[in-house]
Design a protein around this ligand. Structure first.
Ligand SMILES: NC(=O)c1ccc[n+]([C@@H]2O[C@H](COP(=O)([O-])OP(=O)(O)OC[C@H]3O[C@@H](n4cnc5c(N)ncnc54)[C@H](OP(=O)(O)O)[C@@H]3O)[C@@H](O)[C@H]2O)c1
Length: 246
């Protein structure tokens, strides 16, 4: 699938969904600046996909990083995927720090990059795809403030799209809401805790999710959205594929 952008930035590109998204973009001929804190993970991606993947080891919540990366690389696509690993516990066993973890990483980095996308701004025709979660619609009993933090990303998208329209920027903002994916850091951590809560094995729990979301499906979703300039504002990503959330 061809992607109409020469350069993309993918946050959280070292593992999981972000790695799969970066890999798919490079395969489609797009240069990718891949951001995560673990340099070894990023180098492993570059070793696998080639030098069109440029590792940038940094904290994606950093405002100067967002501004400088946009100025230097002029990306036509931002994929805001970085997210913390949840602390899984019932609400009365969370501390405020564990409860608010996803606000400090997931939401804060989306806020930072969306602001930079509007302020710099990105070039007309650019797109920003932010990864929220299916949990933003239904809650997530054991992962503290995760669902609320991911819901805030949906609102951020709405506000940014309004501002883009008002200023005539022609920058498209889209949110993706993937369902639980067993093969990645966030999904496997959640599944271990929910299986334990239900008193079933992780394999049994995963069987109940089939067909489950995979990193490849999320990457395919991003590719479909970026190739379609009239995409909907928000999509659910299920094991059966991509569906506008109406
Ligand atoms: N997996 C699921 O079931 C699921 C479902 C719905 C939504 N999501 C969302 O999808 C995204 C990816 O999930 P995943 O399961 O693929 O996660 P993952 O396998 O744990 O990978 C997370 C990536 O984000 C990076 N990251 C975390 N904090 C960062 C920071 N401050 N700065 C830069 N990079 C950072 C990590 O690298 P470093 O630690 O090296 O920085 C890693 O590369 C997350 O936002 C998650 O909430 C996941």
């Amino acid at each position: 699938m061809s992607v109409p952008f020469q350069t993309a930035v993918v946050t959280g590109a070292g593992r999981g969904f972000g790695r799969a998204i970066a890999t798919a973009l490079v395969a489609a001929g797009t240069d990718v600046v891949g951001i995560a804190r673990n340099e070894q993970d990023l180098n492993a991606v570059r070793d696998e996909v080639g030098t069109a993947f440029r590792p940038l080891a940094a904290d994606a919540t950093d405002e100067a990083l967002a501004r400088d990366t946009i100025r230097e690389h002029r990306p036509g696509l931002l994929v805001l995927n970085a997210g913390a690993t949840p602390h899984m516990a019932p609400v009365h066993e969370h501390t405020w720090e564990t409860f608010s973890r996803h606000w400090q990483t997931d939401t804060r980095h989306a806020f930072t990059w969306i602001q930079a996308a509007l302020k710099e701004p990105l070039a007309p025709g650019s797109a920003v795809v932010a990864i929220s979660s299916g949990a933003a619609l239904g809650g997530s009993l054991l992962s503290g403030g995760y669902a609320g933090a991911k819901a805030a990303i949906r609102f951020l998208r709405n506000y940014a799209a309004d501002e883009s329209d008002r200023a005539g920027l022609d920058v498209r903002f889209v949110t993706l809401l993937p369902q639980l994916a067993p093969a990645t850091g966030v999904g496997s951590t959640a599944i271990a805790a929910y299986a334990k809560l239900q008193g079933v094995s992780q394999d049994t729990f995963i069987e109940g999710l089939q067909p489950a979301v995979t990193p490849a499906l999320v990457a395919k979703a991003v590719m479909e959205i970026t190739a379609n300039p009239t995409s909907a504002p928000e999509y659910l990503v299920t094991g059966a594929g991509l569906r506008p959330n109406e």
